[in-house]
Design a protein around this ligand. Structure first.
Ligand SMILES: Cc1ncc(COP(=O)(O)O)c(C=O)c1O
Length: 390
């Protein structure tokens, strides 16, 4: 094997991001400041939300959301196990108990039916996930949650640029449709700032609260203090956090947000091409979009057909042997060592069979902005060769 491995992703950063970072370094202000404020405006505008608040990552974003909604020890938060472990960890971080409900096979997101069956008087909030950028059935989830009087937080860590159709209108995830939505800008995501996150909301008082809590509940922000001609003493109003994003990070995010449409279109056309090229083999189920949801293809995941005679391990080893990086399906928190202590979590009625199947039957393969034609063709050929062996 002489070929270099095709990575699972590669951040699409170029001259614009380099120039932006250089500008911030030259400005002498690199921590949270004007660039963060500008990115927040850009995000709110692009996503159709009234407010966006940038923070250090999506995990801290979810934690802040739950805190701001008053979730506390003794409360239950209904969520999915089928997610990066950060989703469950954020619930545990506020002292609450995650109650895991199963996902739907086609959306990989929370089943509204399972949600409804799992409600109890201890349920304090619903935390759904737009997994790998596929919009979950947010309308079904909101219908159940609204009837129960529960706030919905959307873990949209992977879903920037994904859309759902409400009536005749396409709306971006993060408008938000629940009370709050959280995004990640980790390098595995569609837009990256190295690490980073954001919360979107239409509730001004919640936005104010996030701005306070992310910066040690400081009564006067340091940008205001530094700009003042008069001496200003700040107060620290309650014990809080350093969940700031830096200006250096925000400056790198802004050019990507400005070209978000192009970023998403490139990914979607790659996904269309993968779909066409993989249509006639019998080993992998090719992902399909629902009529009312557009997916940003943050991750391209194939399901190995149960009757194909190919195991997940075999497929992954074959890809690795042929220089194609891959991952198994998204993890399930309840199957991780961190959640072996079953007193940390509960599960709703109906079990977690779809979650377990998705982890064990799916594989994630490279699809990213700027993938070269040679890399793309190598990924497709390797998948087709693997399928042809059966
Ligand atoms: C669904 C989901 N939620 C939360 C996170 C956590 O994001 P971050 O790394 O920005 O904290 C991730 C990251 O992979 C994720 O995929």
């Amino acid at each position: 094997m002489t070929r270099a491995r095709v990575p699972i992703t590669r951040p699409s950063l170029g001259a614009e991001e380099q120039a932006a970072a250089a500008r911030v370094i030259g400005s002498g202000w690199i921590t949270q400041g004007p660039e963060v404020a500008a990115l927040e405006q850009d995000l709110a505008c692009v996503l159709g939300a009234k407010h966006a608040v940038c923070v250090s990552n999506a995990t801290s974003a979810i934690e802040l959301c739950l805190r701001a909604l008053g979730v506390r020890p003794g409360d239950d938060v209904i969520t999915v196990s089928h997610s990066f472990i950060a989703t469950a960890n954020a619930v545990v971080a506020v002292g609450a108990r995650p109650v895991f409900v199963d996902i739907e096979r086609d959306t990989l997101g929370m089943s509204p039916k399972r949600l409804e069956e799992s409600l109890t008087p201890k349920t304090r909030a619903v935390l759904c996930v737009h997994q790998i950028g596929i919009p979950c059935d947010i309308e079904g989830i909101l219908d159940v949650a609204n009837r129960a009087g529960l706030p919905v937080v959307e873990d949209a860590a992977c879903a920037i640029g994904s859309e759902i159709k409400i009536g005749e209108e396409w709306q971006r995830i993060g408008r938000p449709h629940g009370v709050l939505a959280c995004f990640s800008f980790h390098p595995r995501k569609v837009v990256t700032t190295g690490d980073g996150g954001a919360i979107t909301t239409n509730d001004e008082s919640l936005a104010k609260r996030f701005r306070l809590l992310r910066q040690h509940a400081m009564s006067v922000s340091d940008t205001i203090r530094h700009a003042s001609d008069k001496v200003v003493f700040e107060d620290y109003l309650e014990p809080a956090y350093n969940y700031r994003m830096t200006d250096l990070q925000a400056s790198v995010g802004r050019p990507q947000i400005a070209r978000l449409d192009r970023i998403i279109e490139e990914r979607r056309s790659l996904a269309r091409l993968y779909g066409e090229r993989l249509a006639h083999q019998r080993v992998f189920e090719v992902p399909r979009e629902r009529a009312n949801a557009r997916w940003n293809f943050q991750t391209y995941a194939l399901r190995i057909r149960r009757d194909s005679g190919v195991t997940q391990l075999e497929a992954m080893q074959y890809l690795l042997d042929h220089g194609v990086a891959c991952k198994r399906g998204v993890q399930n928190a309840h199957q991780e060592i961190a959640y072996q202590d079953a007193s940390r979590w509960a599960q709703g009625p109906g079990g977690l069979a779809e979650s377990i199947a998705a982890r064990d039957e799916m594989i994630q393969v490279p699809l990213f902005n700027g993938i070269t034609e040679e890399e793309r063709e190598h990924v497709l050929k390797t998948l087709l060769d693997l399928a042809a062996r059966k």
